[in-house]
Design a protein. Structure first.
Length: 156
């Protein structure tokens, strides 16, 4: 797991800090060694990068990039909470919500933007977990993708 920061650097990704919250919740809830990360949107500094439904206002490729941004934001939340991403043992589960046009049925491909990124960061074993991707009629601030995460952390 030492290579996490090296992988991020190679990808040209800087993990955001001090992510603004959009409501009353905990960004991370720890239960034992499980870290439940609240839904992350495709925002930078609290502002949506994309808006609208995938398959209407957003292309599949934009949806995939939005999913990657959600994953980057999750890493920022984990970094804030743990202080070091090397304390993450593995990704357990992702749940991707895709704001979808009525005839759009490629939510699983949108979620690949997140999955491909986390696999690159954490590796084939630790970076690939269980996953679900569902289409929804709307998301907060009209964003196209929001993703929840469950990670396993090292013992405290």
């Amino acid at each position: 797991m030492q290579e996490i920061y090296e992988n991020l650097k190679k990808a040209g990704v800087e993990v955001p800090g001090d992510n603004p919250k959009g409501g009353i919740y905990k960004p991370v809830m720890r239960v034992g060694n499980m870290l439940y990360v609240s839904g992350q949107g495709c925002t930078v500094s609290g502002k949506p990068v994309y808006q609208g439904a995938v398959g209407r206002e957003c292309t599949l490729e934009e949806g995939q990039d939005a999913a990657k941004i959600c994953a980057i934001n999750a890493l920022g939340v984990l970094q804030d909470y743990l202080g070091d991403l090397r304390k993450v043992k593995c990704l357990v589960k992702t749940l991707a919500f895709v704001h979808s046009a009525p005839d759009f049925a490629l939510q699983h491909l949108v979620a690949n933007g997140c999955s491909d990124f986390l696999k690159m960061v954490f590796g084939d074993d630790a970076g690939v977990g269980a996953r679900s991707a569902i289409g929804v009629a709307q998301l907060p601030n009209n964003i196209p993708v929001e993703i929840e995460f469950v990670f396993e952390a090292e013992e405290e």
